[in-house]
Write a protein that binds this ligand. Structure first.
Ligand code: PEP
Ligand code: MN
Length: 355
């Protein structure tokens, strides 16, 4: 249920309404301050609450509405139709993810392999304009015999790359036991596609403070995905970014997955949360990454995640879909034109233009 407050409401009146609601109804009250409105979200068994009962509490209440969706906090209504932003502090400054901000580039290898490759990649993607370095320390692999990631030692290498470049770090958590160590290094914690419905993991990442990047499950519906986001929000962490990374459909012969770009406008209607697109895992082939990155920008993505490896042919995971640093430079040059048209390109990148 949503209590929309009138513009200019004094803080003391917000406290009064909050206390009245809490003492007369068995609900929790969450305040959110949007660009245009302050709203109070009432969470609990609100189905039988009469909106007039709440309306009577104060003349500063503009409207009381029921939220029909099963995902309450994640719903667009919960912010009274406004987008939210996720603000991530990094050594290079605060980075804003959201509909009202420039597109944020996240780039790096699938797995952290050694210090030289992660630091070199970090330097190159930073120069090209990325704000975050991605790289897996704990890897979810289909085969138990495939490279599983270097684990904790890779976290140290990510910390080294962070120090060398000031880039924020995004890395995946697979096991709740690893969360404290990952949260020490990561600026954003990734929950991968295969764990989208690992509800104990979602509760744990929701109970800590680092922002969470929630990838869409391999065959998850949009509502299942938003219900997973709801787990994180309900556990107390408001900073969730959604990442579409391709889903399973009938044809997987030519691409690894099918990038569901229609998820962008659908999510825009359904949720206030920022939206990232990962064309690397979606297509599985480096040559398809640039066209889908452009399409993602045209469709309104807030952020792109691109796999970049200094030597994709030798990569320990996801080489075929990884760009080289040079081809990442090319990609950024190409997509910047689309970003500018969309009015979402922040700054000229520092990549030297090759004549
Ligand atoms: C990854 O980001 O390297 C990864 C394993 O992603 P996903 O969970 O989307 O497969
Ligand atoms: Mn990967």
């Amino acid at each position: 249920m949503l209590v929309v407050l009138k513009s200019g409401i004094p803080a003391i009146e917000i406290d009064h309404i909050t206390q009245e609601v809490r003492s007369s109804l068995n609900v929790t009250v969450e305040k959110s301050v949007g660009q245009h409105k302050i709203v109070l979200g009432l969470i609990g068994d609100t189905a039988t609450i009469d909106p007039f009962h709440i309306q009577k509490i104060s003349p500063w209440i503009e409207q009381v509405l029921h939220i029909e969706k099963a995902f309450k906090r994640a719903s667009r209504e919960f912010r009274y139709g406004e987008a939210s932003e996720v603000i991530v502090p990094t050594p290079n400054g605060d980075v804003y993810f959201g509909e009202n901000y420039p597109i944020i580039l996240v780039a790096g290898p699938c797995s952290v392999e050694n210090e030289a490759m992660i630091v070199e990649t970090a330097r190159r993607v930073k120069v090209a304009g990325a704000k975050f370095l991605r790289g897996g320390a704990f890897k979810p692999r289909t085969s138990p015999y495939a490279f599983q990631g270097h684990g904790e030692s890779a976290l140290e290498l990510l910390a080294t790359a962070r120090k060398a470049t000031g880039l924020g770090i995004i890395t995946e958590v697979m096991d709740t036991a690893d969360l404290p160590a990952i949260a020490k290094v990561a600026d954003v914690i990734q929950v991968g596609a295969r764990n989208m419905q690992n509800f104990s993991l979602l509760k744990k990442v929701g109970a800590q403070h680092k922002p969470v990047l929630l990838k869409r499950g391999l065959s998850a519906t949009i509502e299942e995905w938003l219900m997973s986001a709801e787990y994180i929000l309900a556990a107390g962490n408001p900073n969730v970014i959604l990442c579409e990374r391709g889903i399973r459909t009938c044809d997987s012969k030519y691409t690894r997955n099918v990038l569901d770009l229609s998820a962008i406008p659908v999510l825009r209607q359904l949720t206030h949360l920022p939206i990232m697109i990962d064309p690397s895992h979606a297509t599985g082939k480096s040559e398809y990454v640039a066209p889908m990155a452009k399409a993602a920008i045209a469709a309104g993505a807030d952020s792109l995640m691109i796999e970049v490896h200094p030597n994709p042919a030798k990569a320990l995971s996801d080489g075929p879909q990884s760009l080289t640093p040079d081809s990442f430079d090319d990609l950024v040059r190409e997509i910047s034109a689309f970003g500018k048209v969309a009015g979402r390109w922040e700054q000229p990148t520092q990549i030297p233009v090759i004549a």
